[in-house]
Every structure is written in C-alpha cells, then in structure tokens.
Design a protein around this ligand. Structure first.
Ligand code: HEM
Length: 357
C-alpha cells in the first residue's frame, strides 16, 4: 500500500479538488433550500401571505365554499385531446369558490380577486385539478415578480399609499406588470361569482390520439352575464355578500360554466403567463360544468384538496411556464402546513369542531 505524501503536489491537488466539490455541493444544497440567494422557494412564496390567521386554513384564498357538480364534455374537445374527461359522459367535480384574501374571515369586498378551483376525477381514477382566477393574465413573467409586486404595491404605513420609488423600481424590473396594474385598477368588481369568467392563466398542451400537441390556455366562462358592482354599493355590501349569494342561488337552481380552450398559434408565448394571446385566436368550447350544490368548507370535500394546477390527466401536459411550477411547490407547502395543523388537533375552527372546554 502506498503512503500518503502530505507534501506531494498530487495530494494537495486532490485535497483542493475534494474541498471544491464539497463546497459546490454545500452551496447547491443551500441554494436549493433557499438559504442563500434570492430565488423564490415555496416556503418564501407562501411566507408572503399574511400569517396571523387561524391554523388549518389555506395560506392564500383562505375564505371559500366547497361545491359539487358535473362536467360534460363537448364533442369538439375529442379532436384536441385524448383525455378521458372528453370521452366519459359525466365526470363528477369537487370544487371550491374562494376570494383572493388569505384571511378566512375577510370581508368579501376586501379583494377584487374571485376564484374557482376544480377537481375532476374520471372512472379510471385520473385527476385534473385547476385553480382559476378572474384575472385574464398574470402580472409578471415569473414568480419572483409576484413577490416583488406584493412588496412594491403594499401601503407604506406612513402614507397609506404604495411607496412611489419602490413601485417605480419594481416596474423598471417588471415592465409587463404595468398592463396588469392598469387592468386591475379599471376592472369592475363582481356582484356575484355566478357571472364571472375564471381564467387558468398558465398554458398547457392538449395531446390528441396521434400524439399531436396543441398549446392552450383555458377559462371557465359563465353562461350568465357578468354583474358588475358599483363602488358605493361595494363599500356598503354585507360582509359575506358573495358567498351568501352563492348559497342562495344554488339552493334555487344549478349554475353553468363553459370550459373554453384558447388555441395558441406558432410564435405565441407559451411559457410567459403575463403575455395574453391575441383575442382572435381560435376558441373551442370543450365542455360544460354544472354546479349543483354548495357545502361549507369546514365539512366539505374541498377542504382537504390541494388544487395544484400541475396535476393533469393523460392527454393534457404542463408547459414550462415557471409560474406553474412555482405554484405547484407553493400549494403543496401550504397544504402540508394546513393539513399538519389539522392532524395535530390545532385547527378546530377550520374543521368545524367546537373547542374542548
Ligand atoms: C407565484 C404565483 C402564485 C403563488 C405563489 C400562489 C400561492 C397560492 C397558495 C399558497 C395557495 C393556497 C393553496 C392551498 O393551501 O391549497 C393558493 C391558492 C389559490 N391560488 Fe394561487 N398562487 C399563485 C398564482 C396563482 C394564479 C396565477 C392563479 C390563477 C390562475 C391562482 C389561483 C389560486 C386559487 C384559485 C387558489 C385557491 C385554490 C383552492 O380553492 O384551494 N394562483 N395560491
């Protein structure tokens, strides 16, 4: 056996190489875990949400109402995708209406964001999960931009307004956000979930029986007209007006939304959710959702669902949109936290149980 020569050049070179490899691996681990650098992690993204709410609730969109319904495909969808949802006559749906606020006790007029989440399960146990908002596109091209926008538009405690310098610095880095902020300022608030069009925002691919892939973005377009709410009415609206309206409407009759696929053309930006495709792109109605009943979220099946939009069945594929993968990580982190709190008996309110005396 040869002896280790401490003073030899080879030994030193080998030591330097080993230290270098160890440092690179440690750095990579620290970066992946989010200990160093500015890359957003799931923990960091969820950490942006207000934290002082009761345990067991979603870290974003905490206030919600479960619903059940049925999805029925339209024939036109079959040419685009081989997914089982487009051949099975009726697919059961577990859904959720929510508002954008994190606080499960927020007033319904506290945010302009209203949302729909869907879980479709076909008879072969494949699932398609979606989480859609009333905004037609995302503010920024990546998830860092989402965090940066929350900080840049937060009210300065001294003035009650966004800090103009911080906002200008954000817009210099994310100029695409200007059109989103303008849209948000002008968009009429909804008087009801029932007339809202909900957008999936991120792009996906539909895959047909021949393996052909078509990039699409989808929305759930209501079959009843949008009802806008004037500012003064909105200020005076009761605390739970949006959810109470759904409880009342669905006690009378079902509501319907069409699943609309917008088809990209070559050159349309597939992986940037801040860039909507031209209005005139072909649209295909792929099916209709019938919502029949709402159930309170503390006891409804939607409570323990993680509506991760990257869970899609065969016949649908995710795109490389970085916001889609960031969402998947953030939802899973939020889900693990809230289900952990329920599992540890810390979340009596979230599961509708009285506190033990
Ligand atoms: C970087 C971007 C985003 C982040 C970090 C983020 C974060 C989150 C988190 C943490 C939750 C709670 C998940 C749970 O506990 O189950 C959530 C829920 C939700 N998000 Fe996002 N989100 C992002 C983008 C979007 C976009 C683009 C949309 C719309 C297309 C959207 C729509 C929703 C909806 C509808 C829910 C409620 C789902 C439910 O009812 O369970 N989010 N989001």
């Amino acid at each position: 056996m040869s002896k280790l020569q401490i003073n030899s050049k080879r030994t030193w070179l080998a030591s330097v190489a080993i230290i270098g490899i160890a440092a690179t691996l440690t750095g990579a681990l620290a970066w992946t875990a989010g200990w160093i650098g500015t890359r957003p992690t799931s923990k960091g993204l969820v950490g942006q949400a207000p934290a002082s709410f009761p345990p067991g609730f979603r870290r974003a969109h905490g206030k919600g109402l479960c619903f059940v319904g049925t999805f029925r495909h339209h024939q036109d969808a079959q040419a685009l995708s081989k997914a089982r949802v487009f051949t099975q006559a009726e697919v059961p749906v577990i859904g959720r209406f929510s508002i954008g606020a994190g606080n499960p006790h927020a007033a319904d007029n506290s945010t302009g964001t209203v949302s729909m989440a869907l879980l479709l399960t076909t008879d072969d146990q494949q699932q398609w999960r979606m989480a859609l908002n009333n905004q037609p596109y995302f503010a920024t091209h990546d998830a860092e931009g989402f965090s940066a926008m929350l900080k840049a538009t937060a009210a300065d405690p001294a003035t009650g307004q966004a800090n103009p310098e911080r906002l200008a610095a954000f817009l210099e880095r994310y100029p695409e956000a200007k059109k989103f902020l303008a849209w948000r300022a002008a968009a009429p608030a909804p008087a009801s979930f029932s007339g809202v069009e909900f957008f999936g925002i991120n792009a996906f691919y539909l895959v047909d029986t021949q393996g052909q892939r078509q990039a699409v973005r989808w929305s759930m377009r209501s079959q009843v007209p949008f009802q806008p709410l004037a500012n003064e009415q909105r200020q005076a609206a009761p605390h739970d007006f949006l959810f109470d309206d759904m409880r009342q409407k669905l006690a009378q009759q079902p509501l319907h939304w069409d699943l609309v696929m917008q088809l990209a053309q070559p050159g349309d930006p597939v992986d940037d959710p801040s860039q909507p495709w031209p209005q005139q792109r072909r649209q295909v109605v792929a099916g209709t959702l019938e919502v029949t009943q709402v159930i309170e979220q503390a006891v409804g099946a939607c409570r323990d669902v993680n509506y991760d939009p990257s869970i899609v069945p065969a016949g649908i594929e995710v795109s490389n949109d970085p916001v889609l993968s960031a969402r998947s990580g953030a939802y899973s982190h939020s889900f693990n936290l809230r289900v952990g709190e329920i599992g540890h008996g810390q979340a009596s309110e979230a599961i509708g149980k009285q506190e033990e005396p």
